[in-house]
Design a protein around this ligand. Structure first.
Ligand SMILES: Nc1ncnc2c1ncn2[C@@H]1O[C@H](COP(=O)(O)OP(=O)(O)O)[C@@H](O)[C@H]1O
Ligand SMILES: [Mg+2]
Length: 344
């Protein structure tokens, strides 16, 4: 039992956006938002070590709510609302108010949510990423240097949003069809990328500076043979038990594994990510490691999201992982870290 007269060492506000059950033509409209179970799971971790928790839903009253909550630090997993900078909105408000928060800052989040800008930026670090073209209108001329098959994705989405069974195309007609449909559904520029046949991996990172831990890559192994079932689309993600198995550490020679981890760390540092991130790669049949995208705000749904799953494979359970993110942030702000045995 906590002693009521002794104030908890720390109060943490969790900022988040919840799925609301919005009906839309795009079935994946709310793919990036969290379910209340995830917020509860994070809150339970904090409460288990004696931290006071405030739930702060990131809606139009966010500024008042944050001020009223009087927390020492915010654990931010909010996706924000509207536009390509949405993931940066809550960090920007917190920075503005001078309130410490976990995770990357607004600049990193704004850049990373824009897949084309991130690719362009990382290419200056000579990070290999599939060739691409960004199209801003359904009437476009395909860059002749791109060769089918190609994959089409909305430029600033995540969680497989906008990546349907039809995303990979073999000819101009199918490409135009997908582009026209996606513009209607998602109303944003589309990224056309060289499709990289081959194995898929995701790499999780935790911490900062000398304390940065790069977890072993986790392979997303596709169980089906059809090409549309061999991409981590929205459909495959939500029905993952049917379509994929997760292997960590994967069967890969030691030097490729090490190289992939090093590239992941280089990307994390290049984008000045903070506390945690997850980075997706494809290993081409020629053996080249292609950067696909980075998620500086990876999902934290226990038993579902890739980041807690890969950490678990590497021996870092959910509680340790969530506290690891918080502690990384506390350390950055020169605050005392929380011992995971506290309150146990
Ligand atoms: N260039 C590509 N080549 C092959 N597969 C790709 C490529 N880009 C994306 N994919 C597939 O689509 C999935 C989702 O794409 P990604 O860019 O990671 O978007 P999201 O933000 O929705 O996770 C990837 O996990 C991968 O399976
Ligand atoms: Mg991805």
């Amino acid at each position: 039992m906590e002693n009521e007269s002794v104030p908890p060492l720390l109060a943490v506000g969790i900022t988040y956006n919840l799925k609301k059950g919005v009906i839309s033509d795009a079935e994946d409209i709310e793919a990036e938002y969290d379910s209340v179970d995830t917020i509860d799971a994070i809150a339970d971790v904090f409460r288990s070590v004696g931290i006071r928790v405030e739930y702060i839903e990131a809606d139009a009253d966010i500024v008042e709510k944050i001020k009223k909550a009087k927390v020492d630090i915010v654990f931010n997993i909010a996706e924000g609302a509207n536009g390509r900078g949405r993931e940066a909105q809550i960090p920007a408000i917190l920075s503005f108010l001078g309130i410490p928060y976990s995770g990357s800052d607004e600049t990193t989040l704004a850049i990373a949510l824009d897949k084309a800008i991130t690719k362009r930026y990382l290419s200056t670090y000579h990070i290999l990423t599939p060739d691409y073209q960004l199209v801003t209108t359904p009437n476009f001329q395909l860059d002749p240097s791109l060769q089918f098959p190609l994959i089409v994705k909305p430029n600033y989405e995540g969680s497989g949003k906008g990546i349907s069974d039809l995303a990979v195309v073999d000819d101009l007609e199918s490409l135009n069809r997908v582009i026209t449909k996606n513009f209607k559904l998602y109303g944003q520029p589309m990224l056309i990328e060289q499709f990289i046949q081959g194995r898929e991996f995701t790499v999780g990172i935790l911490g900062n500076g000398n304390d940065t831990k790069v977890f072993e890559p986790m392979e997303i192994r596709y169980l089906k043979q059809e090409r549309e079932n061999r991409i981590y689309s929205y459909n495959v993600k939500i029905n993952y038990k049917k379509y994929v198995e997760y292997v960590c550490p994967p069967q890969l020679d030691a030097s490729t594994l090490e190289y992939m981890k090093n590239i992941a760390l280089e990307i994390y540092n290049a984008l000045e990510c903070k506390d945690f991130s997850r980075i997706d790669f494809r290993l081409s049949e020629e053996g080249d490691i292609h950067f696909i995208e980075i998620n500086p705000l990876p999902g934290l749904a226990p038993g579902y999201s890739d980041y807690p799953m890969l950490a678990e494979f590497c021996g870092t359970g959910y509680k340790e992982l969530v506290l690891g993110v918080l502690n990384s942030a506390l350390k950055r702000y020169g605050r005392k870290q929380i011992n995971s045995n506290r309150g146990a």
